[in-house]
Design a protein around this ligand. Structure first.
Ligand SMILES: [Zn+2]
Ligand SMILES: [Zn+2]
Length: 82
C-alpha cells in the first residue's frame, strides 16, 4: 500500500506506527473523513495532506486512470480547503 497525491501524483510510503504500517479508516456520517489508524495501539491520525488535499490510500499497483482536470482540482481544494 502507499499514499498518492491526487493533484500532483506524488507517492509516499504508508506511515509506520508501533513498527507497522498504519491502516486506512473512514469516519463521519455525512462527510466522510479519511484517517490512518494504528492496529497495535489504536492511535488515529488524520490523513496526511499533499497539495492541500488528503492523500489517497491505494494498492501498490495503483495507476492513476486519468489526470484530474483543472476544475476537478479546484473542486477538491474547495471541499478540503478549510
Ligand atoms: Zn501505534
Ligand atoms: Zn501533491
Amino acid at each position: 500500500m502507499k499514499l498518492v497525491c491526487l493533484i500532483c501524483g506524488t507517492e509516499e510510503k504508508i506511515p509506520l506506527h508501533c513498527g507497522k504500517p498504519m491502516s486506512y479508516i473512514q469516519k463521519g456520517n455525512f462527510r466522510k473523513r479519511d484517517f490512518l489508524k494504528c492496529e497495535i495501539c489504536g492511535t488515529e491520525l488524520e490523513m496526511p495532506r499533499h497539495c492541500n488535499v488528503p492523500m489517497l490510500y491505494v494498492d501498490e499497483d495503483y495507476m492513476p486512470i486519468y489526470k484530474l482536470s483543472k476544475s476537478e482540482i479546484e473542486e477538491l481544494k474547495r471541499i478540503y480547503g478549510e
